[in-house]
Design a protein around this ligand. Structure first.
Ligand SMILES: Cc1cc2nc3c(=O)[nH]c(=O)nc-3n(C[C@H](O)[C@H](O)[C@H](O)COP(=O)(O)O)c2cc1C
Length: 388
């Protein structure tokens, strides 16, 4: 191709991209074009990913036969799709169910059947009782949301794999198992109970704010991730909490050094909700003021999650799964605009079990209007530093 026709096709390409961007619903534009980026960074999302089991890939793409799913894309490059867990999962849907709120094995299968993946609740090697009730508090202050102090209550990995995981898997969505551990022995005990047929990968929860040892320090994170990486060829995502820039950067560096496949950002953050006492002594209750300490989630978390996702996408090489305060298409598109590889939905499922289906429909319609056929294309259109 001559220089001038190469230039012309580049101009045509950019023009088409611009057209697609303009076609996106005007009501979402403000948040999509939110921020200029100082230094566009080239990222090769798939080049450092380990092998992704061919059988998994087949299972995932076959499971995506539901015509209601948005943004499915036929693999253009089979070798890439076989190497890249994100490609296979986001080919099904970029919207995943986050660990916890709706994934402990009690949910109705129908609610999550269209999810790109379901992250099953965090398990530990041994059962944990967690904190005494109440463990969940609906928070009406700020932008609203929840505080929870479940404290990693779980039946233990082996019992979860035996009795609960089949219920999660009945959703017919690929299952990612969340776990946390303090020692290599615990990692081994956990990983050995999950068969390759049962799960497509792991999410290492390094950031639970409301359980003793729920937040892994750097040394433990490194050791636990290294051990998990050695024991499993499956994709491993690491779930981090919001943290100031330098801390987040160093945590992300550990994840990359130890072979994680991606980072999920963010988990809940320690918070306190105060239910005010009545000033009138006749109406005051014995437990006034009611104080609830727990990890905050939902809309109050959204700006922090957006900051962390943007930072991680720009500052480190691993793909980022966005999580925090997603309840409408607005937040899904905002995370696309920040370059997220997929988006998890947590607390919104507590308010509306069908929210994932609704978001998927809305995303599909918005994408169709803009003639966008895949999540990757959407990200490329919306995210300045992912544009080629
Ligand atoms: C009731 C509840 C239970 C949760 N349990 C877990 C869990 O087991 N493991 C985990 O990594 N995160 C857990 N989370 C955190 C969510 O996965 C998610 O990171 C957080 O709620 C932010 O997303 P959201 O605003 O969409 O809820 C839980 C959150 C809630 C509200």
């Amino acid at each position: 191709m001559g220089a001038s026709s190469a230039f012309q096709s580049q101009v045509t390409f950019l023009f088409l991209k611009e057209k697609k961007r303009n076609a996106l619903d005007a009501s979402h534009r403000n948040s999509l074009e939110a921020r200029p980026v100082s230094e566009p960074t080239a990222r090769v999302l798939s080049s450092s990913l380990p092998a992704f089991d061919r059988a998994d890939h087949r299972e995932i793409t076959e499971a995506s036969a539901d015509p209601g799913l948005p943004l499915r894309s036929a693999p253009r490059d089979r070798s890439l799709s076989e190497r890249d867990p994100f490609f296979a999962l986001s080919a099904r849907s970029p919207l995943w169910a986050a660990a916890g709120p709706w994934s402990s094995g009690e949910q109705s299968a129908d609610a999550l059947s269209t999810a790109g993946a379901v992250v099953a609740k965090t398990v530990t090697a041994e059962p944990r009782a967690g904190n005494p009730p109440p463990v969940l508090h609906k928070y009406a202050g700020g932008s609203g949301g929840y505080l929870n102090r479940i404290g990693l209550r779980n039946v233990g990995a082996a019992e979860f794999a035996r009795a609960r995981l089949p219920i999660v898997r009945a959703c017919n969505a690929p299952t990612i198992q969340s776990f946390t551990a303090q020692t290599e022995a615990e990692v081994e005990a956990i990983l050995q109970v999950f068969t390759p047929e049962a799960i497509v990968g792991y999410e290492l929860n390094a950031s639970c704010p409301n359980a003793p040892s729920g937040q892994l320090d750097d040394a433990v994170l490194r050791a636990v991730l290294r051990c998990a990486r050695r024991l499993s060829p499956r994709p491993i995502w690491v779930k981090l909490a919001y943290a100031p820039a330098e801390l987040l950067r160093s945590r992300a560096r550990i994840c990359a050094d130890e072979g994680a496949d991606g980072i999920t950002a963010i988990n809940t953050l320690p918070a306190l909700a105060v239910t005010l006492p009545s000033i009138d002594s006749a109406q005051r209750k014995p437990d006034d003021p009611f104080l609830f300490r727990g990890g905050v989630s939902g809309p109050t978390l959204t700006p922090l999650a957006q900051w962390a996702v943007d930072f991680l996408v720009r500052e480190q090489p691993l793909p980022v799964i966005a999580c925090g305060g997603v309840g409408s298409l607005h937040e899904v598109l905002a995370f696309a605009a920040l370059g997220a590889s997929a988006v998890q939905v947590g607390s919104a499922l507590l308010d509306d079990a069908t929210v994932l289906r609704r978001l998927q429909r809305e995303l599909a319609h918005a994408a169709q209007r803009a003639q966008i056929t895949s999540w990757n294309e959407l990200v490329e259109v919306l995210c300045p530093h992912k544009r080629s």
